[in-house]
Design a protein around this ligand. Sequence first.
Ligand SMILES: [Zn+2]
Length: 249
Amino acid sequence: MKTKYMLVAAAALAAMASVQAADHTPAHWDYRGKAGTAHWGDLEPDFATCKLGKAQSPIDIRAVRHGAPAPIDFHYAASNAEIVNNGHTVQVNLPDGGTVHLASGDYHVVQFHFHTPSEEAVNGKHYPLVAHLVHRNDAGELAVVAVLFKQGKENPALKPLFAALPPHAGDKHAVEGEFDLGALLPAHHDYYAYTGSLTTPPCSEGVHWQILKQPVDISKRQLAAFRKLYPMNARPVQQLNGRVVEITG
Ligand SMILES: [Zn+2]
């Protein structure tokens, strides 16, 4: 009898543990509606920085200081790539995509993903799309290089990705051939630099941002292919709160 009771108790504990584990799944969030950008900070305690943070991203780049952040040294390399529809955007994971040397140190590339319209604005103007190239250093700090897209010619670097975007959340597949992130960069590497945050929950701060000034082309058709999956996945611009944006060149 006692043994049976203990087994029942053990089963109940196991059930509780699985409920607790389920509780640690981050809250559902979205760009619009009840779980939209205005509510991120209230969806769960881990997302509080989304509403309490004072150094949030994205921003509208207006007043800039002509400081002299060091030029970015890109050392990207052709890598196997996996393209994932993660339910918020399309992301490309690059296990061996190479490194960058930034003013804040050396980082290796982890992944890149897209937002439409561009999250960052320049003098109030948004671009139709932005790619965020996410890098991490050995200390776990994040640095993002943003590549802005303007409507124009077909972008050859996007071709192997946008020809077969994974249609549903959770879908993923290997990108055919190898992908070299360097092919996505504009010719000129002047950039705006500031310190901000992740632009998605949990909105963690201390992210080193560099936004390349020169946009690259994307065709109307390529843009439509992305917008068919994600018509709008951009967080609104956030308050600067005294932060200074520096520019090279
Ligand atoms: Zn992003």
